[in-house]
Design a protein around this ligand. Structure first.
Ligand SMILES: Nc1nc2c(c(=O)[nH]1)N=C([C@H](O)[C@H](O)COP(=O)(O)OP(=O)(O)OP(=O)(O)O)CN2
Ligand SMILES: [Zn+2]
Length: 125
């Protein structure tokens, strides 16, 4: 099995309304997003999938978060926009993409809220 990982970033604002501390106030982060996919077969170029194509598919999802107030987005209407739910949103959206339903699957999504804090969502482990 091969695992491929790409890294991208987005910037956005959020707040955690019931949080007992400063994170209940409006603030922003530069989130770093790491997406790992896996596959067993290599194509004629010797790749599971071109990093360029993987970055493009992840980029479409990250664009739905970039420079938004996350609390206003449909994805976070009934949940707090925590790193946990952001990772799950990115994972679930990618997992519903037909690109990742034919021999290449999403392994996990890791979201770094700061250089010191990250969540990794790996529902199949
Ligand atoms: N498990 C989680 N814990 C926290 C989350 C989260 O998404 N998942 N989010 C927050 C807040 O968004 C907050 O903005 C981040 O808190 P914190 O790490 O304390 O922020 P700092 O930048 O001040 O971190 P330092 O390492 O202390 O500088 C809170 N918790
Ligand atoms: Zn925050």
């Amino acid at each position: 099995m091969y695992e491929l990982t790409i890294i991208t970033e987005f910037e956005a604002a959020h707040q955690l309304p019931d949080y007992p501390g400063k994170c209940s106030r409006l603030h922003g982060h530069n989130w770093k997003v790491e997406v790992t996919v896996c596959g067993q077969e290599l194509n004629h170029l010797g790749m599971v999938m071109d990093f360029k194509d993987l970055k493009a598919e992840v980029g479409k999802v990250v664009d739905t978060l970039d420079h938004y107030y996350l609390n206003d987005l449909p994805a976070f209407k009934s949940t707090n926009p925590t790193a946990e739910y952001i990772a799950k949103y990115i994972y679930d959206t990618l997992a519903n993409n037909s690109v990742f339903q034919q021999g290449i699957s999403i392994r996990c999504v890791q979201v770094w809220e700061s250089p010191r804090s990250a969540v990794k969502y790996c529902p199949q482990e």
